[in-house]
Design a protein around this ligand. Structure first.
Ligand SMILES: [Zn+2]
Length: 270
């Protein structure tokens, strides 16, 4: 189950000590399908593909917003939370299991004593200290879609990612490899540990272990994450306190990762 290991507590939401803006980019290493899309999005993709496909419309297409492909902040947050939580559990650090279904969610942490994951990512009843922006493709949809839709025979698991009424033969119109997305994470009163956890995910992604979207078991969704800039703002008064980029950023991220590793070592030792 894991033990309660001391981690650097957040100031709490009643006091705003620092504000953070972590800018990052994401590059697809594999084709990517973000989520089930509306009929309207399918029509857009169909006309972008501009060829006759052996179905009326593709079954799964990326989410589109203002002509760009997007990955929702919530989807990104889910991937980050899952990776950090499961890693910390493996290290023996107590992380609650949230049961969000049903009228009375059980297992979530009490507001006055949240676990590491609930502190930073929130609980069903309370916002966490991290907020994830939408990730947007740098280039418009016409430039980022794979040229040909990918045919596939669906297995039951795939239905979760698409229209449940979809037939067994699917045509997927994913984002191609090597497409760049940009976005940012906003944070309140962040600790070195949580910034180090984000750096840890960046490291995992470089080896292909971070996946977004659907059809993950079919060779979809691997992305490379790279933090490009971190800004720290003081709040009284509100002003930019420090901007990390280039070598500065590299050094800062490595220091933070060290703090995050220390937290895991305390889990093992406890
Ligand atoms: Zn928790």
């Amino acid at each position: 189950m894991g033990v309660k290991v001391e981690f650097e507590k957040m100031e709490g939401f009643h006091k705003l000590k620092s504000l953070w803006r972590i800018e990052y980019k994401v590059t697809t290493l594999e084709p990517l399908l973000t989520q089930a899309a509306t009929e309207e999005a399918k029509e857009v993709v169909d006309s972008v593909l501009g060829k006759t496909i052996p179905k009326d419309l593709p079954d799964a297409v990326p989410l589109i917003y203002e002509g760009k492909v997007v990955i929702t902040g919530n989807a990104v947050k889910g991937v980050f939370r899952h990776l950090i939580s499961s890693q910390l559990r493996e290290a023996g650090v107590f992380i609650c299991f949230q049961e969000v279904k049903g009228p009375n969610p059980v297992g979530q942490c009490p507001p006055n004593n949240p676990c590491f994951a609930c502190t930073w990512f929130g609980t069903p009843s309370r916002q966490g200290a991290l907020h994830f922006s939408m990730l947007k493709s740098k280039e418009p949809i016409e430039k980022v879609l794979a040229g040909d839709p990918i045919p596939m025979i669906a297995i039951r698991d795939d239905y979760g990612a698409i229209d449940p009424k979809a037939r067994a033969f699917l045509l997927l119109a994913p984002v191609k490899e090597n497409v760049e997305f940009g976005g940012w994470i906003k944070g309140e009163n962040l600790s070195d540990e949580i910034i180090g956890a984000i750096k840890e995910i960046q490291d995992m992604s470089e080896m292909g272990f971070v996946k977004f979207g659907g059809f993950k078991t079919r060779g979809f969704g691997s992305v490379k994450i790279e933090v490009v800039k971190i800004e720290k703002y003081s709040t009284v008064p509100f002003k930019l306190e420090k901007e990390y980029s280039g070598e500065d950023l590299k050094k800062f991220l490595e220091e933070c990762r060290e703090k995050y590793h220390d937290l895991m070592i305390r889990g093992k030792g406890a």
